[in-house]
Write a protein that binds this ligand. Sequence first.
Ligand code: PSU
Ligand code: MN
Length: 307
Amino acid sequence: MKPFLSIHSEIQSALKNDEPVVALESTIVAHGMPYPENLETAQRLESLVRSAGAVPATIAVANGQLQIGCDAELLHSLATEQNVWKVSRRDLPMALAGSKLGATTVSGTLIGANLAGISVFATGGIGGVHRDVANTWDISADITELAQSRVAVVSAGAKSILDLPKTLEALETAGVTVIGYKTNEFPAFFVRESGLQVRHQAQSPGEIARAMHAKWTLGLDGGFLVANPIPAEFAADSTAINHAIELGLEAAANAQIQGKDLTPFLLRFINEVTDGKSLASNRKLVENNVSVGAQLAVEFARLKSAE
Ligand code: PSU
Ligand code: MN
């Protein structure tokens, strides 16, 4: 066992026996949703993974270790404490050495999943290329990490707080296999459509599992992005959402919010402007991603144990 990595015993034994495990991120808990919805969501996601026959692994940083699996107390701290670090690859060394409480972003969670050997990770939306990239050079480390992790991330695409065409281009350059799940359009988080096509689509978790198996058995590093649209009944009104996003971008520019603070600021702002409606959609889409992620983990584990 690596000294800076702590894998919860239940997860360790599942991985040893090629049983399905689904990684979950903690930034969504600490910085992506308000309390108490954040804690309720975190708990609900873990139980959804279990009821689909897989083991949940929420990933975070605590006590000088990258924690693969959070106990109830740690989840509670992540959901309630102020000043929880937002941890990507850049921050991880200082968070570990300084024994900080840290929530891992998609990128930080990918590092943990990859080190532990967890092949599937479900979340809400990924980070990407920001709209004002020409001035800010703000491109999420999520993309660089997806490029080098043997993990499939199930997300509802990305929010249009980002420049979605450039995000898809950056994913292509990074060699990330983007697969539309039962769609050939890249979904835009709160809404099912973005007007952007994806090159590949899959109709079943088994189809995605076979592609993961092919990529990694060949020896190629790098991940998958499974783009899973929000169920139609929970999708937001696109005019209202786009309006909220525009207002948020304007407010962020006025307040000179940038760097790691930008995404959490925009998420909070949109939640407030839509009167919690966006939060309700957000919870539903994450749950939907976790269900698909658990099915995918089950299928992939089946392929692996048949090797
Ligand atoms: N997008 C969302 N919800 C989120 C995030 C992004 O719709 O919670 C979080 C994820 O943890 C993601 C991170 O990895 O924000 C990206 O942050 P940045 O843009 O600073 O890379
Ligand atoms: Mn950024």
